[in-house]
Design a protein around this ligand. Structure first.
Ligand code: SF4
Length: 335
């Protein structure tokens, strides 16, 4: 089916709502390989979270998910029953979300919540699951794990709760970990510790990790490859080095300058990109960034540019008419 651990081809996800259809994801291709740390970045509403929820089939009933291929570990995810999907999640696919309290049940001890998937997916006895739970809490840096197992989520700080979520997500040794804004709710010091922990866990378990974030700083410190999304489409993808040092797409360049401008005070100043994202109930026919792009040309509003690689086999590409023109004339990108 696919040589990649995860392969998504031409994914389209739409939501039927009162007054129309929101085309949240409009035909994207993504792959991830074993042990890879892949970042998906973009502003809120760009489709990055919906993409991952589409993979996990965790969307509401008004969602329609279509793809030419949605393959994970040799399985066609579009053909799996809801029961099979539930068995995959928490076993081969681990998940971490922004707010651990939405996933941790306040009525059950932390121990119960780590042991539950081990008993369900790995058929462990209570004694085996408890042993593994202690190991996992220790691994994620929670001291006195034997005692902590008996405590409830409200007895843990925000950072500690996210460590518990990582322990739960990794306990069954998943092949893929999907982390959606895992550090957004945490302060900067704890954020760095959690990202470091995720890197450690990825190294230890050789798990492919998909990190979804609006924060390029988070990407820079963790990911080896990056996908930049906007308006339900992929604007640019490449190695983290390519994206940070040789960005091609005006949107990526705008995102980078929004975090790198230095004001008179010598401190970093945020320069938001003027304008707002497109209305995905009436998505533009051409490039979704046209209305906000300083380099927009007449063709941009009319036709959607295809992803164009900066060089043969470079793995770095941008969906922009400027890149297409550069490729046609044999000129290197704008790096
Ligand atoms: Fe700007 Fe046109 Fe490129 Fe879109 S295709 S990013 S509007 S130059």
């Amino acid at each position: 089916m696919s040589g990649h651990l995860l392969e998504i081809r031409n994914l389209r996800t739409a939501f039927a709502i009162a007054g129309g259809v929101v085309r949240a994801v409009r035909g994207i291709d993504i792959f991830a390989d074993k042990g890879e740390f892949l970042g998906v970045v973009g502003e809120s509403g760009c489709g990055k979270s919906v993409t991952m929820l589409s993979v996990m089939r965790l969307l509401s009933e008004n969602a329609s998910v279509k793809a030419d291929l949605l393959s994970f570990d040799g399985m066609d995810l579009l053909r799996q029953s809801p029961k099979k999907m539930r068995m995959l999640l928490g076993d081969k696919i681990g998940m971490i979300f922004q707010d651990p309290m939405t996933n941790l049940d306040p009525l059950y001890t932390i121990g119960n919540q780590i042991m539950e998937p081990l008993k369900l997916h790995r058929k462990m006895t209570s004694r085996e699951a408890r042993k593994r739970a202690v190991e996992m809490l220790d691994l994620v840096g929670i001291s006195s794990p034997e005692q902590r197992l008996k405590q409830y989520p409200h007895e843990f700080s925000g950072g500690m709760r996210q460590r518990v979520m990582i322990a739960i997500a990794m306990s069954c040794n998943p092949k893929l970990l999907i982390a959606d804004e895992p550090t957004t709710a945490l302060d900067v010091t704890i954020q760095a510790q959690i990202l470091e922990l995720m890197k450690d866990m990825q190294d230890k378990f050789a798990t492919a990790t998909l990190l979804i974030t609006h924060d390029l700083g988070v990407i820079a410190s963790t990911c080896s490859r990056v996908i930049v999304m906007y308006g339900g489409l992929i604007m640019e993808s490449g190695s983290t080095e390519d994206i940070f040092y040789r960005p091609e797409h005006p949107y990526t360049i705008g995102l980078l300058s929004s975090i790198s401008d230095v004001g008179d005070t010598g401190r970093k100043k945020l320069t938001p990109i003027p304008g707002s994202p497109p209305d995905l109930m009436n998505p533009p026919a051409g490039c979704p960034f046209t209305a906000r792009c300083d380099s927009a040309m007449r063709i941009c509003a009319k036709a959607r540019p295809q992803m164009t690689e900066t060089g043969p086999g470079s793995g770095h590409g941008a969906a922009c008419w400027l890149s297409e023109a550069g490729a046609a004339t044999g000129k290197a990108g704008r790096g």
